[in-house]
Design a protein around this ligand. Structure first.
Ligand code: PGA
Length: 251
């Protein structure tokens, strides 16, 4: 049985004081929820949110992390800094990092190794653009992102890794992949992981879907065999939307 995992990616939203107030309300509203939950505030908002959630089961994630331990990397945030601040999960390879900030699979892989070394759980994001999907390259792109992203990672470390399938064309656009399309992509990802690590690792891998997840579509998505959770952007910013997503109707 794979335990559902739902994470809210706040992106560049929520000042420290907004994040503190929102996290406190979220914690109140989501007590005793049987789902694993994480929120990913912007770096500067992390300490305020960690403080509010220190006795909560809601985990605090970062949206990114440096690809070096320390040193002359202006503007970057190191693994040790995140660890010390109380972060337990890092999101790596989000499509906005890949497309807007030029992160390659090799960079994502370097970050992933550092994150594992510092004993973080990782959400590794993969997903195709509309152009790639329409030109029949869906599987090629997903396979490359999984194989290159996980290069050099051994099977034992896989229990720390969640994969988020986020079709780029569905992120922030209001367009959601149909549950069937998403499930097909998730099944393919599981097959690739099985090829790398065998059946038991593949069967226990949590694969989140991301891209315009909302209260109205979460239950249909979560009902699919290979969809084990969600990475939620826009709809993670209000209680009205995030609470019903996390408390989706399990069927
Ligand atoms: P969205 O973003 O839910 O706003 O589409 C998802 C994501 O980018 O993680």
């Amino acid at each position: 049985m794979r335990k559902p995992f739902i994470a809210g990616n706040w992106k560049m939203n929520m000042t420290p004081s907004e994040g503190r107030a929102f996290a406190a309300e979220l914690d109140k509203a989501l007590k005793h929820t049987p789902v694993r939950i994480a929120v990913a505030p912007p770096f500067i908002t992390i300490p305020a949110v960690v403080e509010v959630l220190k006795h909560s089961s809601i985990q605090v994630a970062s949206q990114n992390m440096a690809d070096h331990e320390s040193g002359a990397y202006t503007g970057e945030v190191s693994p040790a800094m995140l660890k010390d601040a109380g972060v337990s999960v890092v999101i790596l390879g989000h499509s906005e990092r890949r497309s807007l900030y030029g992160e390659t699979d090799a960079v994502v892989n370097a970050k992933l190794h550092l994150a594992l070394k510092h004993e973080f759980d990782v959400i590794l994001c993969v997903g195709e653009t509309l152009e790639e999907r329409e030109s029949g390259k869906l599987e090629e792109v997903l396979k490359r992102q999984i194989v290159e992203g996980l290069k050099g990672v051994n099977g034992h470390a896989m229990s720390a890794i969640t994969v988020a399938y986020e079709p780029v064309w569905a992120i922030g656009t209001g367009k959601t992949a149909t549950p069937q399309d998403a499930n097909d992509a998730h099944a393919f990802i599981r097959t690739v992981v099985e090829g790398l690590y065998g059946k038991s690792v593949a069967e226990s891998l949590i694969i989140q879907y991301g891209g315009s997840v909302k209260p109205s579509n979460v239950s249909d998505l979560m009902a699919m065999e290979h969809i084990d959770g969600a990475l939620v952007g826009g709809a993670s910013l209000t209680l009205e939307q995030f609470v019903p997503i996390v408390t989706f109707d399990a069927r």
